[in-house]
Write a protein that binds this ligand. Structure first.
Ligand code: FAD
Length: 301
């Protein structure tokens, strides 16, 4: 790539990054989108709840989005990983996996997050297929089916209310003795939600479609779907390298204009919010692109 200097470098070229790229391309900004191409939903067969694209594969949506953005000649792409982000006095320097270095006045982190799979054989294979992170994305397809939730504590209790709306054939699996209080346990019981505290051995499945949960004590429970709340980590380390503040939950802290705590650094998409959806990532990317353009326009005027 001949050009090394850009107005803006976007790290992550999935839904949020491409959306930011479109705002900036249409604003005549020179943009480089660096993308490793590993969106968090890549294993899910169909993506739902994004109007005009409901039911398409994640790849189809990304391909259509990229085709839109590539039309804007000031936007360039680098396929690979941003390895290092260095903040200098008046610009940023990004080293990519090929060893090349690119420079920008502003950067947008649209790098998403990495879900950390629990150490349960079969779990990772079912992730996004029949082990689900969100009822809005996949709940309709398994409505009224025999369903489980793998979680514990207050978060599990709150999540149970949401899933109870989608099916009454519901069991909460806590994978060990629960930390729910007696009041919460009674409320679950009143709603005929089973509580299972047995320790999980494995998830049995066929091509990612869950068949049953096997327990260490030899028992097993048949299921059609399992919701799970699992931990995540940022795809890009930004607190030590750049000094970006994180929230108590591990998201990059941004204001209502998608600005991080570091001047010139914006962030959008899954890395800043627990409201994980394609629609939300696109909306935040759109806003981040516009706000970066506004800041550049003000500085240049
Ligand atoms: C299993 C699963 C199923 C889902 N299903 C749905 C659904 O049906 N409907 C829905 O609306 N939402 C769904 N979601 C949520 C949705 O996928 C996310 O909200 C959305 O992908 C977030 O977009 P993003 O651009 O912020 O991050 P991502 O889509 O995760 O993309 C981040 C991109 O940044 C790249 N990247 C990261 N670090 C670097 C780096 N250092 N250098 C270069 N590139 C980098 C990654 O490779 C990736 O391409 C699902 C999520 C999961 C986990």
């Amino acid at each position: 790539m001949q050009n090394k200097n850009f107005d803006v470098i976007i790290i992550g070229g999935s839904y949020s990054g491409l959306s930011a790229g479109m705002s900036l391309g249409r604003s005549l900004r020179n943009v480089l989108i660096i993308n490793e191409g590993k969106p968090c939903n890549r294993q899910t067969p169909h993506s739902h709840n994004f109007i005009t694209h409901d039911g398409k594969t994640p790849k189809e949506i990304e391909t259509l989005a990229k085709a839109d953005v590539i039309q804007y000649k000031t936007v360039e792409f680098f396929e690979g990983r941003a390895e290092k982000i260095i903040r200098n006095e008046d610009h940023f320097e990004i080293e990519v996996s090929s060893g090349e270095r690119f420079y920008a006045k502003k950067i947008i982190l649209a790098s998403g997050v990495k879900d950390i799979m629990p150490d349960i054989p079969g779990f990772a294979e079912c992730w996004g297929i029949s082990v689900l992170h969100c009822p809005y994305c996949h709940g309709y397809e398994v409505r009224n089916e025999v369903t489980g939730i793998l979680a514990d504590g207050d978060m599990a209790f709150e999540f149970s209310k949401l899933i109870f709306n989608m099916t009454k054939k519901l069991t909460l699996f806590t994978n060990g003795k629960t930390v729910l209080n007696t009041n919460q346990i009674q409320i679950l019981k009143d709603h005929s939600i089973n509580l299972n505290e047995e320790e999980i051995e494995s998830i049995e499945h066929e091509n990612g479609k869950i068949q049953k949960i096997n327990f260490k004590n030899g028992n097993a429970v048949a299921l059609k779907a399992l919701y799970a709340k699992i931990p995540f980590e940022q795809n890009v380390e930004v607190s030590e390298s750049l000094g970006c503040e994180l929230t108590e939950y591990g998201f990059i802290k941004v204001d209502f204009m998608q600005k991080t705590s570091v001047p010139g650094v914006f962030a959008c998409g899954d890395n800043v919010t627990m409201m994980r959806s394609v629609a939300n990532a696109v909306a935040q990317g759109n806003l981040a692109g516009a706000m970066v353009n506004k800041e550049l326009s003000e500085e240049e005027f």
